[in-house]
Design a protein around this ligand. Structure first.
Ligand code: ZN
Ligand code: ZN
Length: 502
C-alpha cells in the first residue's frame, strides 16, 4: 500500500484529542519533551515501507512494526532518549501495537523519558482510557511514582481525566494515595486545579478530608485556601473539612486566608465556623434534654401532665408553653399583643410599669388637650351646649382632636389592664392565665370556687411585696421564689397566717 492510501491512514491515526485543560493551570512543567513532541501534528509520511520502527509505532502502522520486529528488532530496546516502543504506542493510543509488543516481551512498567515515566503514565497524561485499561490488564502498576513524584491517580487528577480517576479508584487504587510530598489526589486537585472539578468529583469517593501532607502539614482545605481556589473551598467545606487543623506554621485555613487577604474565602470560612458552632450548640442542648428525660423517667417524675412535649423539659409550677414564642414561660401570665412577647416571671413587673406609665402619659395628653381648647377656642361646654362645643373644637384644631382620640383609646385599655393586673396580683395572687383557667374550671363544678382561696394568695400586702420584691417598713418581707425551677409547692413563712385570714 502506498500513496494516498497510506497518507490517509497516517492522517487518521493522529495522536487523538489533546486532553482538556492540559497545561492550563500552571502545570506545563509537568510536560516533558516527548509529550510535547507527541502532541505536535505528525507530518504525513509518503512511504510506510521505509519508516523506522519509532515512526511506524507513532503512526500505528502495524504491518511495518511487525515486519521490523520479526526481522530481529528488540522491542525492549529504548531509543536515544531512553523511550521504549511501548511508550510511543501508549501515548498514541495504539492498542494493537501495545498488545503485540507485550506479546513479544516488552516490559509493561518500563521507565523512560525525561520524567522516568511508565507507558501507563504517558497514556494517563494523554487521557487514553482504553490504553489505561489495556495496560492495567497486562499488569501495569498504577502505584509507581514518576520522576516528578506523581502516581497514576495524581496524574489523572492533574490533567482532569475524570473517567480515568473513576476507573483507577474502582480498580482499588486508594483515593488517599500519597505522592512523593505526601499529597493526596484531593490536595493536589484543591491546590493545582482551579475550579469545582475534579475536587467535587474526588469527594464522591469519600477521601480523607483531614489528612495532612508530609512537608507543610496542610489539609486539602489549606491547599485550596493557599491557591485561592474558591470552588474547591466551597466543596471541601460542604463535605465537612475541619476548620481547626493547624499546619507546620501553626496556621488554620482561616489564618491562611487572612494572610492572603482573600475576602470571599474569609467570609466563607467565618460563615461556616458560625454555622458549625450553632449546630454544636443545638446538639449540646439536645443531649442535655435527653439526659433530663432519663433522669426524670428514672426518678419517677416523668409525668406527661407536667412534661412539655415541645421543649422536652419538666414544666416548673405555674409555667405554660407558649406556642407563639415556642418556649415554656415561668409563672406565665399571657402572650401580650402589645409587646409581642410573653409576660411571665422575668418581666411581669416591667409589664405593670409599662401599663402604668402608658396610662399616665395618655392621661396627661388628654388633660393637655382640654387645656389647649380652653385657652385657644372661644367656646365653652356650659355656654354653647354640647353640639356647638364639639363643632367648635373640631374646627379649632383637628390635629389636637386626633391626638386626643388616640390618647383616649390607649388610656382606656392600658388603665383597664393595669387595674385588672393590680387586682389579680394584690387581691388574688394569681396570674391572668391562672385566673381564666380557674374561672373555666368553676363552670364545670357544682360548688362555687373562690379565686381568693388558692395557695398563691398570701394576702394583699404579702402578694404585692412578693410581686415587686420589696418590703414595707418591716411590716412584710418579700419571699424569694425562683419560679423558673420551682416544681413543688413552697412553704411560705406568711402562708399559715394569711390562709386563715382569707
Ligand atoms: Zn415548652
Ligand atoms: Zn409567647
Amino acid at each position: 500500500m502506498e500513496g494516498p492510501g497510506l497518507g490517509s491512514q497516517c492522517r487518521n491515526h493522529s495522536h487523538g484529542p489533546h486532553p482538556p485543560g492540559f497545561g492550563r493551570y500552571g502545570i506545563c512543567a509537568h510536560e516533558n519533551k516527548e509529550l510535547a513532541n507527541a502532541r505536535e501534528a505528525l507530518p504525513l509520511i509518503e512511504d510506510s515501507s521505509n519508516c523506522d520502527i519509532v515512526k511506524a509505532t507513532q503512526y500505528g502502522i502495524f504491518e511495518r512494526c511487525k515486519e521490523l520486529v520479526e526481522a530481529g528488532y528488540d522491542v525492549r530496546q529504548p531509543d536515544k532518549e531512553n523511550v521504549s516502543l511501548l511508550h510511543w504506542a501508549a501515548i498514541n493510543n495504539r492498542l494493537d501495537l501495545v498488545k503485540f509488543y507485550i506479546s513479544k516481551g516488552a516490559v509493561v512498567d518500563q521507565l523512560g523519558g525525561d520524567l522516568n515515566s511508565t507507558p501507563l503514565h504517558w497514556a494517563i497524561r494523554q487521557g487514553h482510557l482504553p490504553m489505561v485499561i489495556l495496560l492495567l490488564q497486562h499488569g501495569a502498576d498504577p502505584t509507581l511514582i514518576d520522576g516528578e513524584g506523581f502516581s497514576s491517580i495524581h496524574l489523572a487528577v492533574l490533567f482532569q481525566h475524570m473517567p480515568i480517576i473513576a476507573y483507577l479508584i474502582s480498580k482499588r487504587q486508594s483515593v488517599n494515595m500519597t505522592d512523593v510530598n505526601g499529597q493526596t489526589p484531593l490536595m493536589l486537585s484543591a491546590h493545582k486545579v482551579i475550579g469545582p472539578e475534579p475536587t467535587g468529583f474526588l469527594l464522591k469517593f469519600n477521601p480523607s478530608l483531614n489528612v495532612v501532607d508530609k512537608i507543610h502539614q496542610n489539609t486539602p482545605l489549606h491547599w485550596a485556601v493557599a491557591a485561592g481556589n474558591v470552588n474547591a473551598v466551597d466543596k471541601l467545606l460542604e463535605a465537612g473539612s475541619s476548620l481547626d487543623i493547624q499546619n507546620v506554621k501553626g496556621e488554620t485555613p482561616l489564618d491562611m486566608a487572612l494572610q492572603n487577604k482573600n475576602q470571599l474565602i474569609i467570609h466563607m470560612l467565618k460563615t461556616e465556623a458560625k454555622m458549625r458552632t450553632n449546630q454544636k450548640f443545638r446538639l449540646w442542648r439536645w443531649l442535655q434534654k435527653c439526659e433530663n428525660i432519663i433522669t426524670l423517667a428514672e426518678t419517677g417524675c416523668l409525668d406527661f401532665r407536667t412534661f412539655c412535649t415541645s421543649c422536652l423539659i419538666r414544666k416548673p409550677l405555674r409555667s405554660l408553653h407558649c406556642h407563639v414564642c415556642n418556649s415554656c414561660v415561668a409563672r406565665y401570665d399571657q402572650h401580650c399583643l402589645w409587646t409581642g412577647r410573653c409576660i411571665g416571671f422575668g418581666n411581669h413587673h416591667y409589664y405593670i410599669f409599662f401599663l402604668f406609665f402608658l396610662s399616665m402619659v395618655c392621661g396627661w395628653i388628654i388633660y393637655g388637650s382640654f387645656i389647649y381648647w380652653s385657652n385657644h377656642c372661644a367656646t365653652t361646654f356650659k355656654e354653647d351646649g354640647l353640639w356647638t362645643y364639639l363643632n367648635q373644637i373640631v374646627a379649632c384644631s383637628p390635629w389636637v382632636l386626633y391626638i386626643l382620640m388616640l390618647a383616649t383609646f390607649h388610656f382606656s385599655w392600658s388603665t383597664f389592664l393595669l387595674l385588672n393586673q393590680l387586682f389579680q396580683i394584690a387581691f388574688l395572687g394569681l396570674t391572668s392565665h391562672e385566673r381564666i383557667s380557674l374561672l373555666k374550671q368553676s363552670k364545670h363544678m357544682k360548688q362555687t370556687l373562690s379565686l381568693r382561696k388558692t395557695p398563691y394568695n398570701l394576702g394583699f400586702m404579702q402578694n404585692l411585696a412578693d410581686f415587686f420584691q420589696c418590703g414595707c417598713f418591716g411590716l412584710v418581707k418579700p419571699c424569694v421564689v425562683d419560679w423558673t425551677s420551682q416544681y413543688t409547692m413552697v412553704f411560705h413563712p406568711a402562708r399559715e397566717k394569711v390562709l386563715r385570714s382569707v
